[in-house]
Design a protein around this ligand. Structure first.
Ligand code: SF4
Ligand code: SF4
Length: 180
């Protein structure tokens, strides 16, 4: 069998803390706002025209969604709350160090591993420099994250499911009714 073990040793370059939106749990979103930072909201919608209802993708995403009735149509809406780090994360200091390291969001603890079960980690898709993939602990082996990452990924998926209805309800209360 092909050896698919992927090693990783973060060099703290801070590149992954720039130029992106960082998905947050509902609780992390509250903390982010309390620190005085911005949270962006992205609404995604899907129904059975995108994936068959018995497909793994539909079932996985339906658990992350809140079902909305629009006339006779039933639409699944996923509300993603994300920290604004489009220029750079407001917690990144001058030395490219995380200023809230002990309290950083779950996705920051999981990166560069993948949270979606439908995406396989490929170092070429990540912003990390090439040398960090040449040493360090094995984070993925034969497409399976190592045990400590698996715990964090499972927690992230659980939080997504637990927060799904509340996040959509918050969007409705703010009259956000358009999803892509
Ligand atoms: S919270 Fe910390 S680890 Fe996460 S993006 Fe911001 S600076 Fe980087
Ligand atoms: S880009 Fe990669 S190597 Fe650089 S800080 Fe982020 S996770 Fe670590």
């Amino acid at each position: 069998m092909e050896n698919t073990a992927i090693r990783f040793a973060c060099n703290s370059c801070g590149v992954c803390c720039k130029g992106r939106l960082i998905p947050l749990t509902l609780n992390e979103s509250r903390q982010w706002l309390q620190r005085g930072h911005d949270v962006a909201v992205i609404l995604e919608a899907f129904d059975e025209s995108l994936w068959p209802a018995d497909s793994e993708k539909f079932k996985h995403n339906a658990k992350r969604a809140s079902q909305i009735h629009s006339g006779n149509a039933k639409i699944n809406v996923i509300a993603i709350f994300a920290a604004n780090a489009l220029t750079q994360c407001p917690n990144l200091d001058d030395q490219n160090q995380c200023g809230i390291y002990e309290e950083r969001p779950l996705v920051c603890r999981i990166y560069p591993a993948e949270i979606s079960p439908f995406i396989t980690l490929d170092p070429a898709d990540k912003v990390c420099p090439p040398e960090v993939w040449e040493a360090g602990e094995i984070i993925v082996s034969d497409r399976e994250a190592n045990p400590s990452l698996q715990v964090k990924i499972a927690q992230s998926r659980d939080e997504d499911r637990l927060d799904a209805h509340a996040k959509v309800a918050i969007c409705e209360s703010m009259d956000m009714t358009v999803a892509a």
